[in-house]
Design a protein around this ligand. Structure first.
Ligand SMILES: *Cc1c(COP(=O)(O)O)cnc(C)c1O
Length: 457
């Protein structure tokens, strides 16, 4: 399979090149040349087998099947359950638990794999790499966990100082391996993401320091996330169409669902659930995508205004017209707004429904769901469950993606349920461990200087 940019200029990129490139050289995002439609019955496959089957289609013969199988085995052996993604039924809702990896958030599913994939590629090509990423909380620790101690790789993670949960910060900063660098930025997540994007768009710098991306601009992230939509669908043994509710920030998770739908999976609607940072929700409901200010919430991994993956969706909405996307994105960076017409809005609404959950509603959902079912939702998942219940079609199964373990967000969970969630083994003792991080202003130049100093060459 070949890859190309949403902005039309970078083309005929191999899968491995796409993995290494991250952001396309023309500033766009890489997407496969076409989306394959699945006709085979895959319902009997377990999670790993399904991963192999679906990934093979997007990777082609660039990685031998036996090697790919090893990478998959290795990546998911770090999960605490053999099912990888258990599907649990509570009342009339299915919960797909995506948080059984080492950092207890759904990002492990893609980042455990991506870490191993990078290691394999670097070994094969005898190269080195400096991984650079921004995090609103969970990507950072999951990315670090994916590459800590791995050969030929350093990792630099930017996060908004004081705006991730205490546990999230500790999960990143207490890692002892010398190839890990945590950079606390005096600013918001959007500042971090902006700096990272800007550094990646400096092609010379990117090539000189062999920068690699772990953010969901990396196609591998999306690819690994497509799998659990299929898996969850098969696990609930339905014959008809389903609703998925997805707590959304950067539009990576739900975009994977959109691709799964395009691949023929019988998804009726994707429910895009946001917290008070509802730029995407407004887009689905009005057709206006307008940048606002970031509000800090109890679901910090969704405290995002500019969703980096949204461009990939726009590409499909605008009939895969790269030139149009280049124009649209330029307009957006100039005026901070994109507006689509009625017809396009109908297209959006054929695939997506959306609403936001306020802070109060989120806490109430944690409380009510616990009271009704005994199941503890983390605040991100609660946003998805709340909005999912509100917008679902009662006649159809609703699958809510559970994106984090409640123990990662103890305070809001305690507020909702009246008790502290039990601490899983991977988080025990983390409070006492020594932290290591550097505080830097939200300045592109300063971050660049830091990377120059510590990058592998
Ligand atoms: C990252 C994250 C999200 C948002 O996912 P996107 O792919 O950015 O939309 C939701 N919940 C949790 C717990 C996360 O870590």
């Amino acid at each position: 399979m070949f890859y190309q940019s949403t902005r039309g200029k970078t083309k005929n990129i191999s899968f491995i090149q796409a993995v290494k490139m991250g952001l396309a050289n023309d500033g766009g995002l890489l997407i496969p040349q076409y989306i394959p439609v699945i006709k085979e019955d895959l319902s009997q496959l377990n999670f790993r087998e399904l991963t192999l089957y679906l990934m093979k289609i997007y990777i082609g013969d660039e990685i031998e099947e036996s090697t790919l199988w090893e990478l998959i085995q290795k990546s998911y052996s770090s999960f605490d359950t053999d099912e990888i993604v258990p599907i649990i039924k509570k009342d009339d809702i299915y919960i797909a638990e995506l948080f059984h990896g080492p950092t207890l958030a759904f990002k492990d599913i893609a980042l455990q794999f991506l870490g191993n994939l990078f290691e394999y590629i670097l070994q094969r090509e005898e190269k080195k790499m400096n991984i650079l990423g921004a995090t609103s909380g969970d990507t950072g620790s999951a990315a670090i966990e994916g590459v800590r101690g791995k050969k030929n790789m350093n990792i630099f993670i930017l996060y908004p100082y004081g705006k991730v949960s205490p546990i999230q910060q500790k999960q990143m900063t207490t890692v002892e391996e010398k190839n890990v660098f945590c950079i606390a930025i005096n600013g918001s997540f959007d500042d971090c993401q902006y700096i990272v994007k800007k550094i990646f768009s400096d092609i010379q710098f990117k090539q000189k320091y062999m920068l690699g991306a772990v953010n969901s601009i990396n196609w591998t992230r999306i690819l690994a996330q497509i799998i659990y939509y299929f898996y969850a669908y098969f696990q609930i043994h339905t014959k008809g169409s389903v609703y998925f509710s997805v707590p959304t920030g950067n539009f990576g998770n739900i975009f994977a669902g959109f691709i799964a739908k395009k691949m023929g999976l019988d998804i009726d609607k994707l429910i895009l659930a946001t917290n008070e940072n509802d730029i995407l929700s407004k887009f689905v409901n009005t057709g206006i995508y307008k940048k606002g200010k970031v509000t800090n919430t109890i679901s910090p991994s969704m405290d995002i205004q500019i969703a980096s993956n949204f461009e990939r969706y726009l590409y499909y909405l605008f009939d895969e017209n790269g030139e149009k996307i280049r124009h649209l994105m330029n307009t957006f960076s100039k005026y901070g707004e994109i507006k689509i017409d009625k017809q396009k809005l109908q297209t959006v609404q054929a695939d997506f429904l959306s609403a936001k959950a306020t802070e109060t509603e989120t806490t109430e959902e944690i409380r009510n769901f616990y009271k009704e079912t005994g199941y503890i939702l983390d605040p991100h998942t609660a946003v998805g469950v709340k909005v999912g219940r509100q917008l679902r079609d009662k006649e159809k199964p609703l699958i809510c993606l559970a994106t984090a373990h409640p123990a990662k967000f103890r305070k809001p969970v305690e507020k909702g349920t009246g008790m502290l969630p039990p601490i899983p083994p991977s988080l025990q003792n983390i409070e006492k461990k020594k932290e290591k991080f550097t505080v830097i202003d939200a300045s592109f130049e300063q971050v660049k200087t830091f990377i120059e100093q510590y990058a592998l060459r």
